[in-house]
Design a protein around this ligand. Structure first.
Ligand SMILES: [Zn+2]
Length: 131
């Protein structure tokens, strides 16, 4: 399941990255109509891309190609950090009830995929029911 989850997530990231890189422009803005219609334009640096209701335009502009690429890059770094280390997450651990002589708890590594890796995968559409 772990290999399938990671393959799915990396494929979904790659697809989202290709789409964002092919989109018109990088940063999108909103220009609201002042005619009382409630509509607005989603624009890039060069042209109007779409006219829609203002809340929808603001949502689309917030998820412009630059924002999508930033999130994909951050998710890739998170997956690199939360790597499979012989069946355990390379960074996630839980404190045990045992302590050392200074009173600091010992920690056990958590099984892989950890919650972080699973949540990143879920953000790209992975579900536990997938093969
Ligand atoms: Zn982890």
């Amino acid at each position: 399941m772990t290999a399938a989850m990671l393959a799915f997530t990396h494929a979904a990231m790659d697809a989202a990255q290709r789409i964002a890189e092919a989109a018109s422009g990088n940063e999108w803005l909103v220009a609201a109509d002042n005619d009382g219609s409630g509509n607005a334009w989603v624009m890039n640096e060069d042209m109007h891309l779409l006219e829609t209701e203002e809340p929808t335009a603001r949502h689309i502009a917030r998820h412009d190609p630059a924002a999508v690429l930033r999130r994909i890059a951050a998710d890739r770094r998170l997956l690199e950090l939360h790597a499979d280390d012989y069946g355990f997450c390379a960074v996630c651990a839980r404190a045990t009830e045992e302590t050392n002589s200074l009173g600091h708890a010992f920690h056990d590594s958590l099984p892989y995929p950890c919650t972080t890796a699973r949540l990143i995968a879920e953000g790209y559409g992975w579900t536990e029911e997938m093969p």
